[in-house]
Design a protein around this ligand. Structure first.
Ligand code: S3P
Length: 225
């Protein structure tokens, strides 16, 4: 149909594809704005096992939504003046859990925001109820090999340094997955660039909150050839 030389992109095609990309960007921006509106003062709370990508995905998601990003473990460390490993070593896990419950309850007062929580936080009934009341939970669900690959890069997780990481992780999966399933939204966290997972989270949030792309617009665009 086009008489351009080999390898050249016909000028009309170039304009059209640029136009479509711009439209897609505009639609995404509109969708992000709608998600922010519907969210109100609630927080988007990322839950899931260690290595699921809660912090990395959460940071990027907050950036896309133009919301603050808060990492609960960092806030616990600031409140305690000690690292998570030090808190576990000096005071034990139940002390850490009490602090975690308090800090997350306080943080949930500060929405809207994207809040990444430590893997055990959602297991606490009170924290879970608080998240349900003031947030929208997103479970980043990953396969064990993805989790192990990611946590292998750091040794700052006391639960994993205490035993064989694979065995510990399997046990945590058994204990925690039935509870994580209560999350409002579940997104598969695969071994792909974090931006792709962020896109999947935005899609899932949009459909949960009723902000999915308008079908009339999508159809209108399809007609452009
Ligand atoms: C924990 C996960 C950690 C941290 C602590 C306990 C857990 O956070 O809160 O080491 O119980 O799964 P990440 O999930 O961010 O690694």
């Amino acid at each position: 149909m086009w008489s351009a030389g080999a390898g050249a992109i016909p000028i009309l095609d170039q304009r059209m594809s640029l136009g479509l990309t711009e439209h897609k960007k505009e639609d995404r921006q509109e969708q992000l704005a709608r998600i922010r509106d519907v969210l109100g003062t609630r927080s988007i709370v990322l839950i899931g096992l260690m290595g699921a990508g809660k912090t990395a995905v959460g940071r990027r998601l907050a950036n896309r939504l133009d919301l603050p990003f808060i990492d609960a473990d960092t806030e616990i460390e600031v409140a305690a003046g000690a690292s998570v490993s030090e808190i576990f070593a000096e005071h034990g896990e139940s002390y850490f859990r009490r602090g975690e419950r308090k800090v997350i309850a306080r943080l949930l007062e500060g929405g809207p925001q994207v809040l990444a929580t430590g893997g055990g936080a959602y297991m606490d009934a009170e924290t879970r109820a608080n998240i349900k009341a003031r947030g929208l939970s997103v479970w980043l669900k990953a396969e064990i090999k993805v989790l192990l690959k990611r946590v292998g890069r750091r040794d700052s997780r006391p639960l994993l340094t205490a035993g064989n990481p694979e065995k510990v992780m399997k046990k945590l999966m058994e204990e925690r997955y039935p509870i994580y399933e209560e999350a409002d939204v579940t997104v598969e966290s695969r071994d792909v660039p974090h931006e792709m997972i962020v896109g999947a989270v935005i899609d899932a949030l949009a459909s949960k909150l009723g902000c999915a792309a308008k079908p009339d617009k999508v159809q209108g665009r399809k007609k452009v050839k």
